[in-house]
Design a protein around this ligand. Structure first.
Ligand code: F0G
Length: 449
């Protein structure tokens, strides 16, 4: 075995091609923030931060595209990562540090043929972020933010989570020999996700509260204990997550679709993708922005309410309830960034019912692709946007599926076993038969009729 794998030489960084010198900028007062608070707020106005880049002339975009593509053939870990492959668009790590990577990113785009028919569009595609190493999009941001924790010399990292952030953080921390603290809401987390956190050896605490309560507790912990916060208020997480937009454009030959549709929970992902598209437009990598629409569960819809009731000017936290536990969030941290993305791209913001989510999830499964419940809000939302005329039949649409089908098998089993709930053509419960070929063939013959 080649134990020298980290010594492989990466395809050279092109210094002239970087998109600029990174710094932390406050999205509220525009200040250049050298020393953020432990929870990544602006010390002056307490608003959220983002990584901005001071440009030094226009980069050679053709060189960038060639370089990013060429790295796909390199054996070096940082080239094999679908995030660090785009490192000219990321904060630069000091030379002594290798990124902490599990080969995240490089996820497929699949056609969804039956889903297109049921939604009423000519063609439909899904970028499946559930095909990341721990089964969700969180890995693309974890590699950048956890690498940063290491650069800053932290031993401990921590997050509050509905399950996927914690699974991802636990894996990356273990891989980097760091210690991980996970705070999750008791009883409202899918077993696939909880088991990952245990398997990756994190200290896992189930708190008697919801996700928003876990965030509050962790906020106090980091003020009293040297622990690096890996929730999506950490701007380095969003930098990694934005590369999904870069990768998507590379896969589509730098031609943006008309619509990109994402689920909305804490609103980090929609903010990150929007930032990626905005940067690519400014750099001249793409000719226009796609409309980026955000879909929430109707029981956890604070952004939808903010847009409809307050025109996105403020947000009223809600008591969140949905079986799509990943997005069971009532007080989203990145709502201001998400509002900016909706305004800039002209996207829609809608919510969908529990039944619509369940049907959409089964339809994505029946296309052979599958996803977890939170991801299925994208298809349910698309149907709604087609009905309202916001999405036209001939337009190109890409759904971002955020988590893998195996994350929440209990949800899937409950759906298929609930014969009384209608939609018989979608429900495929297991059939109990005698152990003889005649019973099986009898069943097949009945299916043929
Ligand atoms: N889809 C999945 C599968 C998720 O796990 C999440 C968030 C979202 C969508 C929403 O993304 O929060 O960036 O708007 N999960 C977080 C967690 C909150 O802790 O795993 P968002």
């Amino acid at each position: 075995m080649n134990t020298n794998i980290t010594a492989e030489t990466p395809v050279t960084h092109a210094p002239d091609a970087t998109i600029g010198v990174p710094y932390l900028r406050c999205i509220g007062c525009d200040a250049d923030v050298a020393a953020p608070t432990e929870d990544f707020a602006c010390p002056a106005c307490a608003d959220r931060l983002e990584v901005a880049y001071r440009r030094h002339g226009a980069p050679d975009v053709d060189l960038l595209k060639t370089l990013w593509h060429a790295r796909k053939l390199s054996p070096a870990p940082r080239d094999l990562s679908g995030v660090w492959r785009f490192r000219e668009a990321l904060p630069i790590l000091p030379a002594a540090f290798e990124p902490v990577t599990l080969r995240e990113g490089n996820t497929p785009i699949y056609p969804l043929v039956r889903c297109a028919r049921s939604a009423g569009v000519d063609a439909l595609f899904a970028k499946h972020q559930g095909m990341n190493p721990t089964g969700s999009f969180k890995d693309t941001g974890m590699t950048t933010a956890l690498s940063m924790a290491r650069v800053k010399g932290f031993q401990w990292v921590g997050c509050a989570s509905t399950g996927n952030t914690s699974a991802s953080m636990a894996a990356y921390a273990a891989h980097a020999s760091m210690r991980a603290l996970v705070l999750i809401p008791e009883g409202k987390i899918a077993w696939g996700k909880l088991s990952q956190s245990l398997d990756y050896a994190a200290i896992t605490c189930q708190l008697k509260t919801d996700f928003d309560g876990c965030v509050r507790v962790l906020g106090e912990v980091i003020r009293r204990f040297p622990l690096y916060l890996l929730n999506s208020v950490n701007p380095y997480r969003l930098e990694g997550q934005k590369t999904t937009a870069y990768e998507m454009m590379e896969q589509l030959s730098w031609e943006p679709p008309d619509h990109v549709i994402v689920p909305g929970g804490n609103l980090g992902n929609s903010s990150a993708l929007g930032k990626g598209f905005r940067e690519m437009l400014a750099l001249g990598l793409i000719p226009r922005l796609p409309r980026l629409s955000i879909i929430q569960a109707s029981g956890a819809n604070p952004l939808v309410r903010s847009m409809k009731e307050f025109s996105g000017e403020r947000i009223q936290p809600v008591r969140a309830e949905t079986r799509a536990t990943a997005i069971r969030i009532g007080n989203p941290a990145s709502w201001k960034k998400a509002v900016a993305v909706l305004r800039e791209t002209g996207g829609a913001c809608e919510d969908v019912s529990e039944e619509e989510i369940a049907i959409a999830k089964a339809e994505i499964g029946a296309d052979g692709v599958g996803c977890e419940p939170a991801s299925a809000v994208t298809l349910a939302g698309l149907k709604l946007l087609v009905r309202s005329g916001f999405v036209k039949r001939g337009e190109s649409v890409l759904l971002v599926l955020t988590g893998h089908c195996l994350k929440d098998p209990e949800y899937t089993m409950d759906f298929h076993r609930d014969a009384a709930a209608g939609h018989p053509s979608l429900r495929k419960p297991p059939v109990l038969l005698d152990a003889d070929p005649a019973s099986v063939i009898g069943l097949l013959n009945r299916m043929e009729m």
